[in-house]
Design a protein around this ligand. Structure first.
Ligand code: MG
Length: 455
């Protein structure tokens, strides 16, 4: 190839990298702030119908952008949800079928390409504050998965080894959990200050409201809705602080802010758990309450304000959406399960696929196609201190548009729809091909040591 042609093609490639395909939506790369709550229920926020807990800042985010009603995490538990968010791929493709523990010796595979890596590759400064839960040994840490900086508790706050890790080093061995949300907020604000002059991706993954729940003294007793309400109101305060900082720095019109939750409420924790609102069940189940989560996207001047979107959308969509938005390269050497949501966010198009495979512990338990959901027969479980008892059920078919609470089983009266969903579900399973073995590996000694702990 002639050198001049090669040069021209290289320039064209460079331009393509800088401007998302087919779009001229910005001249400078937008910042991205992704705020992730832990075990926050679908019914915990004012903008999702909660009338008791005041969440004015998150509600304002919804009023200023798009709120999704049918938005799904890829899993009803923490680690697989996070693996899917960061890679745009079903956790089953990665072997992340359960939750990593502080005695796990595995984590998110280094061969996976994360959102932090694609955005860093596009010139972004990438920072993470908060709960990681994708492995703590050196090869699996956030700073080995594309984040320039990390501060947070690497695991759930109910597990042993609750420490503050900064990059590769433990900064504090004793964490006063009352101040986790404040501490994360301070770190997030500092990251914005330090990186205000360049494109940045900030991932704020709160430990709250996962149990044990804590609020700082300033918030305890303030909600009038018990400690859980106080915790949510402190999270709402944190969102408000981040938005205030973006405004003060003149970044509001060049920053996409997303707020969501990794999975539904941990209902067996009683008063310390949130509410799934109108949805059935919560965390650790493939009923809607386990995987349908709040999701809000706000970008002043770019995403039309006050929109409510009721089409299906997935946590895995953020990977291609944000990678393209930042001018990064979406990997083409592996299957991706997310779609670019930009047309949805701007009201210029719809998401193509209307299906979701609901996995729990590596098992395909349910499938949504359009408005319909098929749930395979379940043998029931008697419950444990960490897991709510769940009655056995036969094959279930629901029309989610008409029956949000999954109460009316239509399987017997609509065998054609059952067949249609079964066929789609089987085709999906076959399309996966060979999946890797599960990566949640712990030694037998580790398991026996941790038996006394809460899961
Ligand atoms: Mg969680």
């Amino acid at each position: 190839m002639k050198p001049i042609l090669t040069t021209l093609l290289a320039i064209a490639g460079l331009l393509n990298d800088q401007i998302a395909p087919g779009q001229t939506r910005q001249t400078t790369k937008p910042n991205v702030v992704f705020i992730y709550a832990d075990d926050l229920g679908y019914g915990d926020l004012g903008c999702y119908g909660n009338q008791a807990i005041a969440t004015p800042n998150i509600d304002q985010l919804a009023r200023g952008g798009m709120r999704f009603t049918d938005f799904y995490s890829a899993s009803p538990v923490c680690s697989p949800s996070r693996a899917a968010l960061l890679t745009g791929r079903y956790p089953i493709r990665q072997g992340v079928n359960g939750v990593f523990f502080p005695d796990s010796y595995t984590g998110l595979d280094s061969a996976e390409v994360t959102l932090a890596e694609t955005l860093r590759g596009a010139g972004y400064r990438t920072g993470m504050v908060g709960k990681w839960q994708l492995g703590h040994l050196e090869a699996y840490r956030p700073v080995r998965h594309g984040f320039d900086s990390y501060f947070g508790i690497p695991y759930s706050n109910d597990m042993t080894s609750v420490v503050y890790l900064r990059n590769d080093h433990v900064e504090e061995y004793k964490v006063d959990q009352r101040y986790i949300t404040q501490r994360y907020t301070q770190e997030a604000l500092r990251f914005i200050d330090q990186n205000q002059k360049r494109p940045f991706f900030l991932y704020v993954a709160h430990n709250m409201p996962h149990i044990p729940i804590y609020a700082s003294p300033e918030f305890v007793g303030k909600s009038g809705q018990g400690l859980y309400g106080d915790v949510i109101q402190e999270l709402d305060w944190s969102v408000g602080e981040i938005m205030k900082k973006l405004r003060e720095r003149g970044l509001e019109e060049n920053t996409l802010v997303i707020f969501s939750s990794d999975n539904g409420p941990w209902l067996v924790m009683g008063e310390d758990a949130g509410s799934a609102g109108p949805l059935r069940e919560g965390k650790q189940t493939t009923f809607e309450g386990g995987m349908r989560v709040p999701a809000i996207a706000c970008w002043k001047g770019k995403i039309p304000a006050g929109k409510v979107n009721s089409d299906l959308a997935l946590m895995m969509d953020w990977f291609p959406t944000l990678t393209k938005l930042g001018g990064g390269r979406v990997p083409t050497d592996r299957p991706l399960d997310g779609e670019d949501l930009w047309p949805v966010l701007t009201g210029t198009g719809k998401r193509k696929a209307e299906q979701l495979a609901y996995y729990f512990n590596g098992k395909l338990e349910a499938f949504r196609l359009g408005d319909w959901k098929l749930k395979l027969p379940y043998g029931g479980n008697a419950g444990t201190p960490g897991m709510k008892a769940l009655a056995a059920h036969p094959l279930l078919l629901f029309n989610l548009r008409q029956d949000l609470g999954e109460q009316n089983n239509l399987a017997e009266q609509n065998p054609a729809k059952v067949q249609e969903l079964q066929t789609a579900m089987t085709a999906f399973g076959q399309s996966l091909g060979k999946v890797p073995p599960g990566k949640i590996q712990r030694s037998e000694a580790d398991k026996s040591l941790s038996k006394a702990r809460k899961p």
